[in-house]
Design a protein around this ligand. Sequence first.
Ligand code: BGC
Length: 796
Amino acid sequence: MEFYITRSLRLLSLLLMLAGLGWFSAAAQTSPSHNPQLASKELNARVEALLKKMTLEEKIGQLVQYAAGYATGPNASNLKYDELAARGQVGSFLNVVGAEATNHYQHIAMEKSRLRIPILFGQDVIHGHRTTFPVPLAIAASWDPAAAELVARYGAVEARADGVPWVFSPMVDIARDPRWGRIIESSGEDPYLGSVLARAWVKGYQQDDLSKPDSVAVSVKHFVAYGAAIAGRDYNGADMSELTLRQVYLPPFHSAVDAGAATLMSAFNSINGVPATANPFTLTQILRKEWGFDGLVVSDWGAVSELINHSIGDGPKVARKALEAGVDMDMEGNLYGTVIAGQVRSGKIPESVVDEAVRRVLRVKFALGLFERPYTPEGPAYDATPERRAAARKVADETMVLLKNDPVEGVGPLLPLPAKAKKVALIGPLADNQRELLGAWAVTGDPKYVVTLRAALQERLGDRLLYAQGCDLLTGEDASILKHVDFEGAMAAGDHSPIPDDAKTIAEAVETAKKADVAILALGEPANWMEGEAASRATLGFTGVQQQLLEAVAATGKPVILVVLAGRPLELTWAAAHVPAILEAWSPGIEAGDAVADVLFGDVNPSGKLPSSFPRSVGQEPLYYAQLPTGRPAHGDLSHFPQNPAEKFVSRYMDQENSALFPFGWGLSYTRFSYGQPSVSRAEVPVEEVIASRSKPVVTVGVDVKNTGRVAGTEVVQLYIRNTAASVEQPVRELKGFARVTLAPGEQKHVEFPLGFDELNFYNAGLKPTVEPTTYKIWVGGSSLATAETSFQVVE
Ligand code: BGC
């Protein structure tokens, strides 16, 4: 007996010692539940009571999801969905939208299936549901969490009215390579901005209460590192250190989970050789044990069966691996439904593993109130009401980023245009194209509601507006290449009939420009063909012959305003050198034309800032401001500052500057803002105090910001830090705070940024979040090039 006690004590002291040495990372701890609703005793008692009654087939039924409507991926299942629902062998459908369609299946489940478990309908609601808002990358350019929350709120209300209580949003993947088409669905390159927005999206959808009849459960996606696809090629693997995974790619997911996200979606990619959809380290260790996530994990479309292509086993084996790793529901893989039961019966998979996954599905169904309110009342048909339009316009207004507005000789800055502008030529394939302006992932949006640039400018200018399309987004050759793309689902390429003779139409556009005083060019890339999923690009220029059109119009000598309409940073190097005014308008949704016109005419002073660095050329990608330092920096301290062209043995390209053409955080206004000298509330802080602080601030950085121009404007004040002496090297700059500040002409405000452990910590070599004695440099300003500087020290 004594021996056992002594041995146990020894073991305990050994464990304590190892813990002290950091051998067990934060990883080994188990956090409390992330969402009190899902953890509620009452809810879980209902789950257990139901679970007890279920047969193995009924349990597995809860773990499968099929696309019973349109397809948003390859190899869509074609099963007898009514029969599956009647047998209780389907937990969820996706892409079934509308009260009538969802009620059809729900009636079968609630009236014919033995246990009357409601079906959970899921759907991609990416930038609005029926009311199409700007794409998520544009929303990130607003740097306004309230905008993300508003878009989510509209999406939730409209999705719920359509029988959909579960949305596959927000996408919180960090995207640092615009070759990857899905950058459009992301919040861009920065973990801090991404984490703030992730929280706002979740709040807007779930309202901190899943049981409200107009709340929807989110599915935060794609877990994880999907945005780090090698070479920007969609579905490609990601390879990175665990440190980078934790410091850059995981934070927005953690933030969404902390905000109570009910579900997550596993990603298609592998991470360091282990597919994300069969990855116990990310799905169980980090997500469930470290973060306390109690919700449901659904696979991405077909991602479970695609594990066979990842070469980690045959069907039964990969299904087992995915389930055991923590993927609870198989979206359109049709593997859980076919190969799990046999393995449970043969003892290969413990039934407890199935039970746990079923619990997670049922928890979400109970929390959403589906057992009490399974059906959706038929409502009036959707209409883009003035109230919805106003919301879409307000958000779109905030997303516009003025990249350049240089004075033109004899005219001054071209923007804003005077209300009494004389003759304006509007030119380009995106000036009057409703479908393309809607954006890449607006499956339930309707192009008919889109106000085009042509319509909006026509209303303001009447016959002072001249118009020429100039060319199409693609040439005949591009279109025939893309016609080989074999997909007929909701994201199908659509019909493009390129103009047969674009030399002629470009010449016509040139003539139109010659008749006007100023030319507005609306150029970009086809949202439907070349943005979003499975839409990676190896080049980042305007598609088709748009560049020729731009150059031909610019050659007339008429002043040119370029409006860029695209869901990714494009290469604007020629334009930046030759065009005086450039407005990045993204894919603005139904209020596209009105929002662009608001900014062009100065009714709205642009306030958007880039959430993603714009490259000089594609060869710089992946390009992001928060780079790690190098021993041979090209230009002093900051790798994104203009470099000294004379240096040879430094980290540089021989044929191009390292810096972005337009950096992260960049965006101009029609007014000017000046920054005072930033101050810190304390010059020194003891390291123990920072470590103990967690979310509480230990230092406050303050700065005076003044509007020194003649019109009111909103500035996104940004705070960047640099840890100058860490045990693991830290980025040359990192965003750690921002605030949208509206100032009348001449007005000044004092802006404060609290900093504590949350902002100052980093992962050390032992993968523990930590703060060490060091000096933090601080910059405050209107972009990642901010120069107003201060610092403080963390001391022993
Ligand atoms: C995408 C997901 C999406 C799912 C359902 C997949 O192809 O990667 O983002 O939610 O399809 O449409």
